[in-house]
Ligand binder design. Sequence first.
Ligand SMILES: [Zn+2]
Length: 263
Amino acid sequence: MQASRRSCPKCGYHWAWLMSDGRFKCRLCAHRYKWLSVWDTSRLSERDKQRLLEFFVLGVPAYRARFRAPCSRPTTERFYRQVRAVMAIHEELAEPFEGAIECDETMLGGRRRGKRGWGASGKVLIFGMLKRDGVVRVVAVPNRQKATLLPLIVQHTTPGSLFYTDQYSAYASLKVQGEHIVVTKDKGVPQGRDHINGIEGFWSYAKNWLYMYRGIPQKFVHLYLAELSYRFNHREQDLFPLLHKALRQTDNAEIKRLLGRSA
Ligand SMILES: [Zn+2]
């Protein structure tokens, strides 16, 4: 008998019995349901999972960990994907930005040819928003048109924010969401607070990480972007305890939509 960590999927009640087969039984409506954390889904030993998480936190790609990992490379890759999916859920839960926000886009990838490239052109267009205290949010986008970028800005920022962008025309109508300062670089170095150095700093941070990963499977681009923004947004913290806790608190069912069929 034990209170469940998650509420009943049927009625939402937060108290349940733990049954002998490991399922939970809602104390209110008697609905029986399973709850398995991402961490508990893996059959690896506690020690092995901690070792893999340690490698992940230190940024050791699966191919480099292959001689030292406690399991096969596909198992390491699968575990890493699960960690990235948990990071993605945390990034999704973050509040919309307010205050001074820099917006910019960039192309990532493209250096490497072959199967592990970035889709047809080998590159992915990324749109990024950075709040001036250094928190970032990034999304892969099909193009840099106004119809694509503006809804993202509206979704991820609070009206009345102050936007800094380059002079690209898709940003022309940002006034609908707040004040807009266009950063011009034609005349040399941007002056004072009128710059987008924050988001540009993130792009170089992201490119450094991705270089080490040697290309990313197209269908998991969203997971890698989540990893990059999570790492950047927690760059002053030790990721091990954060992720260890998050993996034990996230319902495995929640990450399935992020992992696709190959999970
Ligand atoms: Zn119930």
